[in-house]
Design a protein around this ligand. Structure first.
Ligand code: ASN
Length: 350
């Protein structure tokens, strides 16, 4: 049973791997163990006043911490199930995750943990905890502070001094500490001096009424390739599109199209989309531009998408749209209901 969020409860820190906990190995950086002792040792280096104002926390680790480049929908499902089962016993959760696919996991968790009534804060680092000048400690400290705030009631990402909505965020830099951005939604909060400050009116708390509505479908079949992601390029051929969409293992696809929602003016190409749609495959489109949404049909060049029954993903990130397709296709919904839910904002993703 879910108890109401209480500041008396500790925060659960769940370690899944990533650079934050890595140590050097003969093959390069690889996930290290003993994370609880290492975290506590690092936090003990903070000034006493900052240590004193941190919430109490319990640490757990997945059985086999990974580089997040190896994560699959099965990992999203396992993490969703683990958090759903335990979150009621904690004030909030901090998920320590590799940065490479952090925004994918955060997006998937948002759909699995609908109606969440307390914080799930995902963080990681661009440098290992013990390396000189690492960003890891700052990120962990910030994530712990936000994870103890009962007003935060969604899956968010704490990184480089800012709190971003998980399902709006992308990794946009492969080297800088400030590696994540949420182009189409404002930041939820920020570090100001030593405080973690939430901006009013930006979070999901107003829509998290009543009991949590966790949806924990089995992603196994989708983890075997049921949803594909296709980025168009100038000169793409209908047979190339058909090679992906015509495969009967494919049940859904995210198309990353031009600008405001345009595709090449090629009836054969549009025919491939219409055929897949007609077979009941769930097709959605977003823009290749990271900023702004799409409105298929605004240009004549977008009519093909409309005619082929491709759903508009508006200003969703690739991560938000793909994980939503997986989430909807994993449930026993009829086609109309799936299409309706795709177009409906479920967790502030659109
Ligand atoms: N390859 C690492 C990972 O995603 C990158 C990182 O965490 N900074 O696990």
């Amino acid at each position: 049973m879910i108890e109401s969020a209480s500041s008396d409860c500790p925060v659960l820190v769940l370690y899944t791997g990533g650079t934050l906990g890595m140590i050097p190995s003969a093959e390069g950086l690889a996930p290290g163990g003993d994370i609880e002792a290492r975290l506590r040792r690092a936090l003990a280096g903070l000034p006493p006043s900052r240590q004193a104002s941190l919430p109490r926390f319990t640490v757990q680790s997945t059985s086999d911490p990974i580089d997040s480049s190896a994560a699959t929908p099965r990992d999203w499902q396992r993490l969703g199930a683990s958090i759903a089962a335990q979150v009621g016993d904690y004030a909030g959760v901090v998920l320590l995750h590799g940065t490479d696919t952090l925004s994918w996991t955060a997006s998937s968790l948002a759909y699995q943990l609908q109606g969440l009534d307390r914080p799930v804060v995902v963080t990681g680092a661009m440098h290992p905890l013990e390396s000189e000048g690492s960003d890891a400690l700052d990120n962990i400290e910030l994530a712990l502070r936000f994870a103890a705030k009962p007003e935060l009631q969604e899956v968010a990402i704490a990184f480089a001094g800012r709190l971003l909505r998980g399902v709006r965020t992308r990794k946009t830099h492969s080297e800088a500490d400030d590696a994540f951005a949420s182009f189409n939604y404002p930041v939820l909060g920020e570090r100001i001096d030593d405080d973690a400050v939430l901006y009013p009116g930006r979070g999901l708390e107003a829509q998290q009424r009543g009991a949590p509505r966790f949806e924990l479908p089995d992603y196994t079949s989708l983890a075997e390739g049921g949803v594909v992601r296709l980025t168009l390029w100038p000169g793409i051929q209908p047979w190339q599109l058909d090679a992906w969409l015509g495969d009967n293992r494919v049940r859904g696809a995210l198309l990353e199209v031009w600008g405001g929602g345009n595709v090449p003016d090629d009836p054969e190409l549009v025919g491939v989309l219409a055929k897949a749609s007609g077979e009941g495959k769930l097709l959605a489109a977003i823009s290749q531009c990271p900023i702004g949404g799409i409105a298929p049909g605004h240009y004549a060049a977008g009519q093909g998408l409309v005619q082929a029954g491709v759903l508009s993903g508006d200003a969703m990130t690739s991560e938000a749209a793909m994980t939503k397709l997986v989430h909807l296709l994993a449930q026993p919904l009829d086609e109309q209901e799936r299409r309706r839910r795709f177009l409906t904002p479920l967790v502030g993703e659109r």
